[in-house]
Design a protein around this ligand. Sequence first.
Ligand code: ZN
Length: 375
Amino acid sequence: MEVILGVPFSYSINGEVRRLLEDFRDMINFCIDYAYRRKITSYARLRKGVYEEWKKRWDYSTHFCHSACKIALAMLKNHRRRSREGKPEARKLFMQLDPQLYKFYGDSIRISVKPRRFLYIDLKYGEYQRKFIDAWREGKLKTGEVTINEAKIIIPFKKDVDLTNPKDWIAIDVNESNVTAVSSNPHILKIESNLRTTHTTYFNIIRSIQKLSKFKPKTAERLLKKYSGRRKHKAADECHKISKKIVSFASEHKMGVVMEDLKGIRKRIDYGRRLNRRLHSWNFRKLQFYIEYKARLNGLPVIYVNPKGTSSLCPVCGGKLAPNGHRLVSCECGYEDDRDVIACLNMLRMRGAPLPPKALHEPLTVEVRGRDESL
Ligand SMILES: [Zn+2]
């Protein structure tokens, strides 16, 4: 199976690129208009129909015409599906380029505008992007159809992986001070994380800088930039370390990954204090994202389950759990366990995976400390 990950790179737009983006938007609208008036839905017919007029209006490589036709038809289809009146209009500046239209160099990209006429753009990248560039240089990844807008260039990296038919599933609970992973094997991984400490430390630093801004705005601005950057870097680094440990463990045991879907949850719904707190903090989605892309690159399936009830219901009998001390929760049926482990067990149950027999009474715990690099 082919796994594709779109990786965004920042760049500084210049006049030439902007003009190309504006022209491309006009091409899309031209194609939409042509197809709409003649009720064309086939790509071949549209391409053939617009080509002569397109060639007169724009002096670009023919591939731009292909791409504009493709996007125009997709927009029309989407418009019809939503049963809207009239025709859609492309307003935002963006374009998609076939592999024939660009050449990727790792830290820059070359766009073919017309034969022997090229635009060179330098790409800005951080740690995350650099890993993809390195893997691409080693020949482990290929690039696909590139998307360019005013702010970003999104490069899809493709990798052929053998999608593992998972022997087991591992549920991952991400919370403010640790990450818990449980499989039905049974393995319980507890990874202590510094994410919360990092978050608090920088929250305090940034707050005191903001106080300073009344008296020394210039200094405050400079410090704010510095520490915001450091916070971001530190958090990303933590997320990489934690996700790497979990995914190499899952990969070694050929496990699919189950996580809570925290994306679609609205603030007004009260899912309980524990979950609400997680939703309002900023790192959980980031960490989940790192786990997901690393897992996918390793050919491991990743699924999300509805988090409702994962930390309040008994994984054995389904009864309501009551707190029993700081970390423990217990049920009337006699079952008692760590609250994070319970959240994972409920996720496994929702996935239909068998519950680990041992974990029901005495969990086998594998402690993995945050700074240990051995896994
Ligand atoms: Zn119970």
